[in-house]
Design a binder for this molecule. Structure first.
Ligand SMILES: Cc1cc2nc3c(=O)[nH]c(=O)nc-3n(C[C@H](O)[C@H](O)[C@H](O)COP(=O)(O)OP(=O)(O)OC[C@H]3O[C@@H](n4cnc5c(N)ncnc54)[C@H](O)[C@@H]3O)c2cc1C
Ligand SMILES: NC(=O)c1ccc[n+]([C@@H]2O[C@H](COP(=O)([O-])OP(=O)(O)OC[C@H]3O[C@@H](n4cnc5c(N)ncnc54)[C@H](OP(=O)(O)O)[C@@H]3O)[C@@H](O)[C@H]2O)c1
Length: 368
């Protein structure tokens, strides 16, 4: 039995569902748990002794063996029809592009776990083929309890895709523009997903990004942009909820890379978590178009990680450290580059070491 320590019955008072104006902040909900509400305020820092690491090794359970994880309950031919309950822009006016947070009803019929994705089939047909649109995958941004704590909703964090093609024409991505509401420039377009609209959902899918079962684990989360979605889901379970069978006592460390401070997705929620669990949660941002390192280089996620490289490498030697990476494909190489040098100092070949970590489900990547 799980409960929410949050009070989320009300929709955000600080947002307009019709998105008439700019959001006043980048958080979705206005109320979070009080400082003392989680675990009675008691924090236990993760242990790093070798003896304890050995004990944890013996207890390691594969996240993929869990029979309760549902996949492909709904397929494209017979999708689940949910309803949009909330759709709100979570990036500011000066952001390059827009990202939206949306909540769909599921009536508990799409049972998902933290780290899974769902498919969405946009309304309408493909102009070229005349056939229904193909599904697009989206990482689930809510914990299994959902944003309203009743296990009856699923939330997404979606960036609107708009680009200029080789002919100089503005092209809008099919599904992201179906999901993100239209305003400003795009207001003329009628096909937006307003609260009350139906949405066709497939899945859930994916086991790569499931959370480790060990509540004492060190979980390092590396996100660029909307790659934050699965980590919001993890972190809500860890810090905003109470579960009889899961009480997080380890260390969660989030690195989030975004272009501007206007695009620091869910920033207020994460800062609240840090207040609730300062010993168990570390938070580092890399704002690429506003920050640089000492050498004047653009602050990418791997640039921020490099500031802690020795500490990260020590954590990676522990048997109960799990790394998760989600977002832009390009980030993986940048992160490998830091690790190659660090591992080499200990006479270790990083790529071999990474293979071992992957085998032990300690290195988990979903980039696109
Ligand atoms: C496992 C997984 C999880 C994902 N999770 C999320 C998520 O949580 N949030 C999220 O926002 N997205 C996520 N995505 C991406 C998402 O599935 C869609 O790909 C994205 O929303 C774009 O879909 P669309 O229908 O709007 O664009 P489409 O109509 O499918 O157009 C996309 C196509 O446009 C072309 N294109 C794109 N950019 C350019 C460019 N700059 N120049 C030229 N051509 C270009 C490419 O051919 C590309 O394939 C995820 C993808 C995967 C695989
Ligand atoms: N499960 C999944 O597979 C999954 C889930 C969610 C999202 N995604 C994908 O993740 C991507 C996120 O894009 P977004 O538009 O949401 O992000 P965004 O807002 O554009 O932010 C991406 C950040 O990463 C930086 N960046 C660019 N190249 C990089 C590199 N090589 N290494 C490290 N950082 C780099 C960008 O910097 P500059 O722009 O300043 O260069 C920016 O700060 C999308 O392609 C989305 O489809 C995948």
């Amino acid at each position: 039995m799980a409960t929410m320590t949050t009070t989320l019955s009300s929709l955000p008072a600080c947002r307009s569902k019709t998105a008439a104006g700019s959001p006043s902040s980048c958080s979705v909900f206005c109320r979070w748990p009080s400082k003392s509400s989680r675990n009675g305020g008691v924090r236990v820092q993760v242990s790093t002794t070798e003896a304890e690491a050995e004990v944890k090794k013996a207890e390691k359970v594969s996240k993929k063996q869990d029979e309760g994880v549902v996949t492909n309950k709904y397929r494209p031919k017979e999708p689940y029809t949910g309803r949009c309950l909330l759709n709100t822009r979570i990036t500011g006016d000066n952001a390059p592009g827009e990202t939206w947070h949306m909540v769909f009803s599921t009536d508990g019929e799409v049972p998902y776990r933290e780290g899974q994705s769902i498919g969405v089939i946009a309304d309408g047909v493909d102009a070229k083929t005349g056939k229904p649109h193909k599904l697009r995958l989206y990482s689930i941004a809510s914990s299994a309890l959902g944003d309203f704590g009743d296990s009856k909703t699923v939330s997404l964090c979606v960036k609107r895709l708009v680009y200029t093609n080789d002919q100089g024409e503005i092209v809008k991505g099919v599904c992201s523009n179906f999901l993100c509401q239209f305003f400003f420039l795009f207001r003329i377009n009628a096909c937006d997903l307003k609260p009350g609209s139906d949405v066709k959902i497939t899945g859930p899918v994916g086991k790569e990004m499931l959370m480790p079962k060990d509540p004492n684990a060190t979980i390092i989360m590396l996100a660029t942009g909307t790659g934050i979605a699965p980590f919001r889901s993890f972190l809500w379970k860890m810090f905003f909820e109470e579960h009889d069978d899961y009480k997080f006592e380890g260390l969660a460390w989030l690195f989030l890379g975004v272009p501007t401070s206007d695009t620091l997705l869910y920033r207020e929620e994460f800062e609240r978590m840090k207040e609730i669990a300062p010993e168990n949660f570390r938070l580092d941002f890399a704002v690429s178009r506003e920050q640089t390192n000492a050498a004047g280089e653009k602050m990418y996620i791997q640039t921020r990680m490099a500031e802690y490289k020795n500490e990260l490498w020590e954590l990676l030697k522990k048997d109960n450290t799990y790394v998760y990476m989600c977002g832009l494909k390009g980030m993986e190489k940048g992160i490998d580059d830091i690790m190659v040098d660090l591992a080499a100092k200990d006479g270790i070949d990083w790529l071999d070491y990474k293979k071992q970590l992957k085998k032990g489900e300690q290195w988990n990547v979903e980039v696109y």
